[in-house]
Write a protein that binds this ligand. Structure first.
Ligand SMILES: O=C(O)C(=O)C[C@]1(C(=O)O)C=C[C@@H](O)C=C1
Length: 365
């Protein structure tokens, strides 16, 4: 093909893109006006409807004929919805900081850019900020596929009046970040101890002589090496996210350095409200029974009887009693589904304690 033919074809495609962008812009604004009208109709003041957002995303993933992959479709429409929602009301969302943590990434995935962020210093603070009404929603980590449950979050769920109104899963992809450009020069690697453990084999192979320095969070490690290098030129690197590289202006020396490529963290979204059914939901509750052999099996027997699938069972020592346990249970379905309601009613009648933590839409890609 000649140069002229190439540039004429390029122009034709770009003209098409310009025309399509005009339509997208017009339609996005039309969509936004409908959202604004819906906002005026919400007399309870609860603007964020996670069940509706999950339905919108699932429907579009079903309709998608490509070439865009499902994840691109959900990214685009999450952003559109987040901006439409912000016209109804700007939500305030609390999460564990500093900026650049995977918690921030989870908050971004669930709420998009159209929100006001409250960056908290601890998981307790996230709960307190939402409980006191200083934030509308909170995002907290609850389990990692390699490290297991986040005990502190489970303990706080037990005593908090907040409800779980959503879940977000984030694939954890670690990067090696530095002000340096030559990986061979790195003498110290800073990160959260869990992240150092998750990249243990990669570090043994690629940086066997580098000192591993645990700090309070990955984002803190990125921030530290940014400041440290500025001060004394140490050959330091941090293990953190791509977002941390952007925030702290660091070079990405290596990507996807985690030993397990399926490493995933699950986060919960907390609020003061219950969520309506979306059609594909999960219900979480915490329960306790007398400390007798087989007691937990008997307690959960109504789930099978009512055809309710259990997706998770996690035990935690109860505070105060030696060797007494509470059980965190996730089941499929919404508490408004007849079989789920009957099963929970029967479990409650057998249990010494049961607290519903919330029904919420299953995580969307
Ligand atoms: O359907 C609604 O309730 C809306 O407000 C619209 C919309 C959207 O943009 O689609 C925005 C915010 C809600 O969380 C859910 C959906």
């Amino acid at each position: 093909m000649s140069k002229e033919q190439l540039s004429s074809l390029l122009k034709q495609h770009r003209d098409q893109i310009d025309a399509i962008d005009e339509q997208i812009l017009k339609l996005a604004n039309e969509r936004a006006s409908h959202a604004r009208h819906i906002g005026e109709l919400k007399d309870d003041g609860v603007i964020y409807r996670p069940e509706r957002e999950a339905q919108v995303l699932r429907r579009l993933m079903d309709l998608n004929a490509g070439p865009l992959p499902a994840e691109a479709v959900t990214n685009i429409f999450r952003s559109i919805m987040s901006n439409c929602r912000a016209l109804e009301k700007e939500l305030t969302v609390a999460f564990l900081g500093p900026l650049g943590t995977y918690s921030e990434e989870a908050a971004l995935k669930q709420f998009g850019e159209g929100k006001h962020a409250v960056v908290c210093g601890s998981i307790d603070e996230v709960f307190r900020t939402v409980e006191s009404g200083q934030a509308d929603y909170g995002v907290v980590p609850v389990e990692n596929s390699n490290e297991g449950a986040v005990g502190l979050t489970l303990d706080l769920l037990l005593s908090s009046p907040l409800r779980i109104c959503g879940e977000v899963t984030i694939p954890i992809h670690h990067c090696l970040l530095s002000k340096q450009t030559d990986i061979q020069q790195i003498s110290h690697v800073f990160s959260h101890s869990q992240s150092l453990a998750q990249c243990h084999e990669w570090l043994n192979k690629m940086l066997p002589k580098a000192e591993r320095e645990p700090v309070t969070s990955n984002a803190r490690a990125a921030q530290m090496i940014h400041d440290l290098i500025a001060a004394d030129g140490t050959f330091a690197a941090a293990i953190a996210s791509k977002r941390a590289a952007e925030l702290f202006n660091l070079n990405i020396l290596a990507e996807n350095i985690e030993d397990d490529p399926k490493n995933t963290t699950r986060f919960l979204v907390l609020s003061a409200h219950d969520v309506a059914p979306s059609g594909q939901d999960k219900t979480s509750f915490v329960t306790a029974t007398k400390n007798q052999p087989g007691a937990i099996l008997g307690l959960l027997e109504p789930l099978a009887k009512h055809n309710v699938s259990m997706t998770k069972l996690e035990s935690r020592p109860a505070k105060g009693g030696m060797w007494e346990y509470v059980f965190y249970v996730d089941i499929e379905g919404h508490v408004q589904d007849a079989n789920v309601a009957s099963a929970i009613q029967e479990v409650t009648s057998k249990a010494s304690y049961l607290k519903l933590l919330g029904s919420y839409p299953l995580a969307v890609v």
